[in-house]
Ligand binder design. Structure first.
Ligand code: GSH
Length: 212
């Protein structure tokens, strides 16, 4: 399989980590959405990453859809999203908050990278930051309320953990969220534990923010 996109993207990274954890070998198309835009558009009309080319030549886009395919490939026993019921709903909710926070973070970064300073609208940036921080705080509270549990959902690592960790690390690299008035302590502990694992370390590429 060919996974297109750089690991500094939390969306690409959650797919790469999943493939490593599920022992699904892949080639890495380490292409930039900036300078390799046209090359990426040959595989995805939106020019977005991640895009996955399967062994059958099918082109899949959207990290959520790709993760769904990978879970199907390995079967229900090894799938990283709980199969059904309350655990599945909790995991999907947590993933929605984590990817939502990452998107709100990305909008703030793009505001800084693409928009001239005189055209920036601070109330919009503040709104994004509030949405991002509130989502991270909700995940953090959720983890805190789990007490001695190691993972966000159930008794083993799920896609909720992988996605939350990728989002938090990305947001900390780009926007230093851990320095916010909310400290996200429970989430930060989960992040530290996961980031020490080989699948996370092998995909750890800090995001470069010009003027960051
Ligand atoms: N909802 C998408 C988000 C993917 C996304 O935003 N990717 C960014 C990189 S972090 C991208 O391709 N940006 C270029 C663009 O949208 O033009 C997913 O989960 O795959």
């Amino acid at each position: 399989m060919l996974l297109i996109g750089m690991f500094d993207s939390p969306f690409v990274r959650r797919v790469a980590i999943t493939m490593k954890l599920l022992e699904l070998p892949f080639e890495h198309g380490n292409w930039s959405v900036g300078k390799d835009f046209e090359r990426i558009r040959n595989y995805n009309p939106l020019g977005r990453v991640p895009t996955l080319v399967t062994n059958d030549g099918e082109k899949l886009m959207e990290s959520g859809a790709i993760l769904d395919y990978l879970d199907e490939l390995v079967g229900p026993e090894r799938a990283l999203l709980p199969r059904a019921g309350a655990e599945r709903r909790q995991a999907l909710n947590l993933m929605a908050m984590a990817t939502g926070a990452a998107e709100k973070g990305l909008l703030q970064v793009y505001e800084r990278v693409f928009r001239p300073e005189s055209r920036r609208h601070q109330p919009w940036v503040d709104r994004c930051r509030l949405q991002m921080s509130s989502s991270l705080a909700a995940i953090d509270r959720y983890m805190g309320e789990r007490g001695v549990a190691q993972w966000l959902v159930g008794k083993r690592m799920t896609q909720a953990d992988i996605t939350a960790v990728c989002a938090f690390t990305f947001l900390n690299d780009t926007l230093r969220v851990a320095e916010d008035e909310v400290m996200f302590q429970s989430l930060a502990l989960l992040v530290a534990r996961c980031e020490a694992m080989p699948a996370f370390q092998e995909t750890r590429v800090p995001f470069f923010v010009p003027n960051g």
